[in-house]
Design a protein. Structure first.
Length: 391
């Protein structure tokens, strides 16, 4: 049974020292209360998940006697996620969170980056958000209208939120989706629809967390399904993350650095500027469409070198092909090539995802200007790379 002592535990240890669990600062009785509260959260989430196909339970990583790596928790949570949601950082989620305010039950498109302390995690979130947001339905769609019809605005709060509170509040799910689908959204995440039960409400006899989670899940389940990542989403997000990580690791220019450091920065800058011009030429040559998939979403299109980049001379349009980011990855890995003579697409049998297998045997789209088409010699080199990998 959950008591007031359980609910007050976050406030009790709010200013606890580092490693409060492992140092003995947290008493054995309170460790037991943390654990009981943890089970009280995750067991209902598992019951709701067990009644639905295509969903999993994801929870705080609490050790009964060690806390989280020896430290106390600022909050504790259990959530329901789509199967295969790893590509989107295990978002969206229907969640239950226990904190000093009480219990929060609701839906989150993606957590706000201010709630992450790990730089790597922030990079991954920023890499995946554009792909996640693209899957959002129209703000005026029946799906979003159905959500708003089920939300009582007197008890549900909607907005851009982090642990400290709301940055922006909206009147409806329609306004939230419209914002997250716009250029204003940025890459910080935080889109949330939540109901807060204070400590007194939680302790009322008959409070049923499982029922509250089930209600939230029933409301948001259709939207969660729409936001399930595809195999292509996973490849694109991983490629974007690797690119963002490389950019973040380029050192800042410092006049006191040695010549090697300055040369490195200048080389990166020259390569970046050359790549921008190269990409623009390919966008024009291919009419802004991926040569393999036909995708016209410009933000997902990349300039792929057929013969790997080796200075300005390789940034010639005939040594390039416009590809969607995930296809670019397969191309660079030697798992896909374009037959030089016929232009047909060959996908490696090692690639098992149906999305990519369906491309095998189709004809690639080439520029209308023959002078801008990939050189046969370059395509032969790419084919040789494929054959070497598959020997």
């Amino acid at each position: 049974m959950i008591t007031l002592e359980h609910l007050q535990i976050f406030e009790k240890y709010m200013n606890a020292p580092v490693h409060a669990f492992s140092s003995g600062h947290v008493t054995d009785a309170d460790k037991e209360r943390y654990w009981e509260l943890y089970r009280w959260l995750i067991d209902p989430a598992k019951l709701v998940t067990d009644r639905a196909d295509g969903f999993s339970t994801y929870t705080s990583r609490l050790s009964q006697f060690g806390g989280v790596q020896g430290q106390r928790l600022k909050d504790m949570w259990a959530s329901i996620i789509n199967d295969g949601a790893g590509a989107f950082g295990r978002y969206p989620q229907v969640f239950a969170i226990a904190n000093q305010r009480g219990i929060e039950v609701g839906f989150s498109i993606a957590i706000h980056e201010d709630d992450y302390y790990d730089k790597e995690v922030k990079l991954r979130v920023r890499a995946m958000l554009p792909s996640l947001y693209k899957k959002l339905p129209s703000p005026t769609s029946p799906l979003v209208s159905s959500i708003d019809d089920q939300l009582d605005p007197s008890i549900w709060k909607v907005g851009i939120r982090h642990r400290a509170g709301f940055d922006i509040e909206f009147e409806s799910a329609e306004e939230l989706v419209a914002f997250q689908s716009s250029d204003q959204a940025g890459l910080k995440g935080g889109g949330t629809i939540v109901r807060v039960f204070d400590q007194a409400q939680v302790l009322v006899p008959g409070f049923d967390l499982e029922a509250e989670l089930q209600t939230a899940f029933d409301i948001f389940k259709p939207l969660m399904k729409q936001l399930t990542p595809s195999g292509a989403d996973g490849h694109f997000v991983q490629g974007q993350y690797q690119l963002d990580k490389e950019i973040s690791e380029i050192p800042q220019f410092n006049p006191e650095d040695d010549t090697d450091a300055k040369s490195y920065v200048l080389k990166k800058l020259a390569q970046h500027l050359g790549q921008q011009a190269f990409r623009q030429k390919l966008l024009e040559a291919y009419g802004g469409r991926c040569a393999v998939t036909g995708t016209s979403e410009v933000s997902s299109l990349q300039a792929a070198h057929i013969v790997p980049y080796n200075g300005k001379k390789t940034n010639h349009v005939s040594n390039g092909i416009l590809l969607r980011a995930d296809i670019h990855n397969l191309f660079d890995m030697g798992l896909l090539y374009i037959e030089p003579a016929s232009g047909f697409i060959v996908v490696s049998p090692r690639v098992r995802c149906p999305t990519y297998r369906a491309l095998h045997g189709k004809k690639a789209a080439m520029p209308s200007n023959a002078h801008h088409a990939p050189s046969v010699q370059s395509l032969e080199i790419q084919k040789d790379k494929y054959n070497d990998i598959h020997e």
